[in-house]
Design a protein around this ligand. Structure first.
Ligand code: FES
Length: 141
């Protein structure tokens, strides 16, 4: 499969629709994405569902000072800088949860664009975690 990298950037929303310190759940082409604006220039695009029990992360609390997002359901904490889980549900260990998937993001002319992963990139990510991806088990070989 040949992928033109220019075609994988998709418009997500206008910059003024994402306030400082705010979060917004958007649908980008065929993918659900959570946008988080930590500062004027610092915008993160990531998977919008909690890795514990799939609660919508947009309903959680984001602390721009610590860059941590806390899930509204059981308090799992995610460092949005790298997607690492820093606290498990109900204050438990974070150890066995996979990192939250992050997407490259860019701002051009006051518009936010997200680079959606190709199926190969998604499989490579899941292979790192030791689980099958969307293309099947070839990525694990
Ligand atoms: S669903 Fe997020 S911590 Fe349980």
């Amino acid at each position: 499969m040949i992928v033109d990298s220019d075609t994988t950037w998709h418009f997500a929303c206008k910059l003024n629709q994402l306030p400082l310190g705010g979060m917004k759940h958007v649908r980008v082409f065929d993918t659900e994405v959570l946008l988080v604006r930590a500062s004027k220039e610092d915008i993160v695009a990531m998977e919008p569902w909690c890795p514990h029990n799939w609660a919508p992360l947009v309903d959680g609390k984001f602390n721009p000072g610590s860059m941590k997002l806390t899930c509204c359901e059981h308090g799992m904490q995610i460092d949005i800088k790298d997607g690492e889980i820093t606290r498990g549900p109900n204050g438990g260990p974070a150890g066995h949860y996979e990192k939250c998937f992050r997407f490259p993001v860019k701002v051009e002319r006051d518009r936010i664009y997200v680079h959606l992963k190709t199926p190969q990139e998604v499989d490579a990510y899941y292979a790192q975690c030791g689980v099958p991806g969307i293309l099947g088990s070839d990525a694990l070989k």
